[in-house]
Design a protein around this ligand. Structure first.
Ligand SMILES: *Cc1c(COP(=O)(O)O)cnc(C)c1O
Length: 371
């Protein structure tokens, strides 16, 4: 049903009419149902190809007996552990059903019709959706070399700006902002505007100038840092992430939060995953090798790409990506088209296991030769 023939649209809150739903990566089961094939691979949602670590798996198994009870709505143990990890009081932590939930809480707390949020061209798709859903206006700064142009973003900030969104590194470009520049940018913003630094991929980054924005929380009261257990910790299905902020900001976010937004399996798994340094190290090492493999494959095929510090690579096909994406699906290979990010000639590919990366590159080579 389109907007024009939906009579309920007139009843909906402001912003809903212009909302485009988030486009997730295609699930393996859906592709296999549609095409009647087996043995597909999914490199479409920046998931950890190793899945959860041993400690998180054991914690989930141990928590099964308590499924009849509501989870701890305050997330006492997980918030305490996150407070210790980041050197903040637990009252600075807001738990989310995925960090997506925290982004949504921020929008619902600080945005409304008549105010604005600022983000970059090619920024993570949740920022425009969260902004639009609550009827606020988006101001979008042009990117520079696919990355965030902080000067262009600063130029869009006015007294109406309530939230500035920055993913560092950004998805789907894999670009990043160095510490000094990011800190100076945030410090120069008016305190009437919150700055969200979304660090979903931070564990993968090995650049010396890459910041840990959680270290700045004490000095920058309008800063909110978000993290997730969905990526390097391999817990995407459980939906658990968090925000760190001034406790007075967390107090507001927690007023909006659903009381039981993070389920008990997710809390148990996240708590265990935090201590699983071996699994994080193995995941980062696998990613490093897979990134080199994919980059080398692209170079062999004569394809450009946006240099990425995340667990994905966005490849420039030099022609419309949609038919290539479709042909890859028929090969049982799910990737992510990014035309909705203003990148119609690019395809985003998550780093998989060595054999998955190899299979993707072989399929890509076949598909490019055929179409
Ligand atoms: C994957 C991702 C997230 C994490 O989302 P969850 O809701 O925690 O699964 C957040 N921000 C960016 C930029 C991402 O790519």
């Amino acid at each position: 049903m389109t907007g024009s023939d939906n009579p309920f649209l007139a009843l909906a809150a402001p912003g809903i009419a212009g909302l485009q739903p988030y486009l997730p990566g295609k699930p393996i089961a859906e592709l296999e149902r549609e095409l009647g094939i087996r043995g597909s691979i999914k490199l479409a949602s920046n998931e950890n190809p190793l899945g959860p670590g041993r400690l998180a798996r054991a914690a989930v198994a141990a928590a099964l007996g308590e499924l009849g009870r509501y989870p701890d709505g305050g997330g006492f143990e997980l918030r305490a552990a996150l407070g210790r990890r980041h050197g903040v009081d637990p009252s600075a932590v807001t738990l989310g059903n995925g960090s997506n939930d925290v982004l949504d809480l921020i929008a619902r707390t600080f945005l409304q019709p008549g105010v604005e949020s600022v983000f970059s061209e090619h920024a993570f798709a949740v920022y425009p959706i969260a902004t639009q859903a609550v009827g606020a206006a988006a101001r979008i700064a042009p990117a520079r070399a696919y990355g965030h142009d902080l000067d262009a973003m600063a130029a869009l900030v006015t007294e109406r700006t309530r939230v500035v969104w920055i993913a560092n590194p950004n998805n789907p470009t894999g670009t990043w902002v160095p510490a000094q520049r990011l800190r100076a940018f945030i410090a120069a913003l008016p305190e009437t505007c919150m700055v969200v630094v979304d660090e979903a991929y931070t564990d993968y980054v090995e650049e010396p100038e890459f910041p840990d924005a959680t270290r700045w929380l004490a000095d920058l009261p309008n800063l909110i840092v978000t993290r997730t257990f969905a990526k390097v910790h391999g817990l995407a299905a459980l939906r658990v992430g968090y925000g760190l902020s001034d406790p007075r900001v967390a107090d507001l976010l927690n007023r909006v939060r659903q009381p039981f937004n993070v389920n008990s399996l997710a809390q148990a798994a996240a708590l265990a995953a935090l201590d699983d340094v071996e699994h994080v190290a193995a995941s980062v090492a696998l990613n490093r090798a897979g990134m080199a493999q994919l980059r080398a494959g692209c170079e062999r095929l004569g394809l450009g790409y946006i240099p990425s510090v995340g667990n994905f690579l966005t490849i420039d096909l030099g022609r419309p990506a949609a038919p290539v994406y479709d042909a890859l699906l028929r090969e049982g290979c799910i990737t992510r088209p990014v035309a909705n990010y203003g990148l119609p000639n690019h395809l985003r590919v998550s780093i998989g296991l060595e054999a998955e990366n190899q299979r993707f590159l072989a399929s890509l080579e076949r598909v490019l030769a055929a179409c």
